[in-house]
Design a protein around this ligand. Structure first.
Ligand code: GTP
Length: 332
């Protein structure tokens, strides 16, 4: 009988450092001769960061919606297919920054009816600077979501420690411990921790162990759930993130780097996250860019295959027309 594949859920608000951590996890798995597989979920229509992940790692992408609502059913399907086709040693799910983690967990439990999967730890990455600001404001949807993600965790990674003072870090650690006394807390910058710490601990034995115990005995055939096209069908929950919107823009031309950096700095506050691949005229190179909570990063890339020049913006109630107008100006 095949071994049960542990499934890890990586959550945390937009731009907190999930992909940075995932890359460490994948390097560690490779070094230890393990075969990982990943599921990446993006609110936008393009998986920008997926292009930076080691091409040898089997990856399923769920784009254009959040796992926890519009594509929860797809998550189950992708998990089953990954498990059956790739037979990985471990699966990591990186959910969108706006996901309700317990809904993602439910998607995993559904998949466990059809494949030998087991929910292991929920790992939540927290952006120290952003959380501190939200604590100061003290209310709002984003703050509530951050708290839910923190409460759902088995392991908390308090990241971006470099962006706050030591006393503030202590205040944050206390807040995390108060909201989730069971979780282990790692305080880090650039998600620098030994990934083995993520595998070691499951205080609750996984969030839904009881559900698994009922379903692990046999791998069920997906007969009664088979859709008319022969593919498995999983329940889709109703949409839960009407307030969050994503806008994807495909560039037709290369742009000027200095003007683009200024454009990112001047993004409205209700755009929480921007990322993409741009071509700069002045350097004649392609760059992967990241913008999260006021900070931008650029990484020169030399893709093996042709890639789109594209930018994805995620936020709440911003005007896509205005952004589009400014992007067109940059291309002129
Ligand atoms: N200053 C600072 N920047 C960091 C740290 N960790 C990650 N970053 C940067 O923060 C940005 C977002 O990091 P990601 O790992 O892509 O975040 P994410 O959670 O995967 O983002 P989404 O998938 O969009 O939700 C990138 O520009 C990172 O280089 C940190 O500890 N300190």
């Amino acid at each position: 009988m095949n071994a049960t594949i542990p499934v890890y859920v990586l959550t945390g608000f937009l731009g907190s450092g999930k992909t940075t951590l995932l890359n460490r996890v994948l390097d560690d798995a490779k070094a230890r001769g393990l075969k990982p597989a990943i599921v990446m979920n993006e609110v936008g229509d393009v998986n920008v960061e997926g292009q930076t992940i080691d091409a040898a790692v089997p990856m399923a992408e769920l784009l254009g919606g959040c796992i926890c609502c519009t594509s929860k059913g797809d998550l189950g399907l992708e998990l089953v297919q990954l498990a059956q086709q790739e037979k990985p040693d471990v699966i990591w799910i990186e959910s969108t920054g706006i996901a309700q983690p317990l809904d993602v967990v439910e998607g995993v439990t559904e998949a466990s009816l059809y494949a030998k999967l087991e929910l292991a730890n929920v790992v939540t990455v927290v952006d120290a600077r952003h959380l501190l600001d939200r604590i100061r404001i003290g209310s709002g949807k984003t703050f509530r979501l951050m708290k839910e993600q923190i409460r759902a965790a088995d392991i908390l990674v308090l990241n971006k420690a470099d962006l706050v003072a030591p006393a503030e870090l202590e205040e944050l650690r206390e807040a995390l411990a108060a909201w989730n006394p069971q979780a282990v807390i790692h305080v880090v910058s650039r998600a620098e921790l030994d990934p083995r710490a993520l595998y070691a601990y499951a205080p609750s034995g996984g969030k839904s162990r009881a559900v698994f115990e009922a379903s692990q005995e046999d791998e069920l055939e997906p007969t009664d759930r088979e859709a008319s096209d022969g593919r498995f069908k999983f329940a889709n929950a109703s949409a839960g993130h009407a307030h969050v919107n994503a806008f994807t823009y495909f560039f037709g031309n290369d742009i000027d780097s200095v003007r683009f950096e200024r454009f990112l700095k001047e993004l409205p506050e209700n755009v929480y996250r921007a990322k993409g691949i741009v071509g700069f005229r002045d350097t004649a190179s392609l760059f992967l860019f990241q913008h999260a909570y006021g900070e931008s990063d650029f990484l020169r890339v030399t893709p093996q295959k042709s890639v789109n020049r594209v930018a994805v913006f995620i936020g709440e109630g911003f005007s896509r027309e205005k952004l589009e107008q400014r992007l067109k100006e940059l291309e002129a």
